[in-house]
Design a protein around this ligand. Structure first.
Ligand code: FE2
Length: 157
């Protein structure tokens, strides 16, 4: 049952990140390029949440072939608290800094990607691995897009 619970946590964390990007898309709506990127990322985080939900019946079918290192459970809670904190900070400041926000988003993507790579210690089910790899590849693409945005802003500054 641990794998099912873990997948629930994964899906929930994708939705926290989705909500964070939705918030940023709104917060930075004056900058269409930035707002567009955050909006797109939010949609893809929802797709990741669905991906983890899609994995649940596969895991039910093939557990105990899937071994989870639940040391990463603490990461979910830490990430949720971190996102809440930054959101409050951005809400309470009028001139929240875009580079700071991008830096945090890059960190969130890296953390999620590492967790998804390391938490599933052993997966023998190929369907499960394929979906998981797709989610990880998408996080990697998110990180690249965020880095490009950060670098293009640095050039203008
Ligand atoms: Fe994601």
């Amino acid at each position: 049952m641990r794998i099912q619970e873990f997948l629930d946590h994964c899906a929930a964390s994708e939705r926290w990140v989705r909500d964070f990007y939705t918030f940023l898309a709104e917060r930075f709506r004056a900058d269409p390029r930035c707002s567009g990127l955050f909006g797109q990322l939010a949609e893809e985080e929802e797709a990741h949440a669905c991906g983890f939900e899609f994995l649940k019946p596969i895991a039910a079918r093939s557990a105990p072939q899937i071994v989870v290192n639940d040391r990463f459970l603490a990461d979910f809670e830490r990430m949720r608290r971190g996102l809440d904190k930054v959101r409050h900070r951005v809400e309470s400041q009028n001139g929240s800094s875009l580079p700071d926000v991008l830096g945090l988003a890059i960190l969130v993507e890296s953390t999620t990607m590492e967790r998804d790579k390391l938490a599933f210690v052993s997966v023998e089910d190929r369907d499960f691995q394929r979906v998981l790899d797709g989610i990880t590849a998408c996080d990697e693409a998110h990180r690249k897009k965020l880095e490009e945005m950060r670098d293009s802003i640095a050039v203008l500054a």
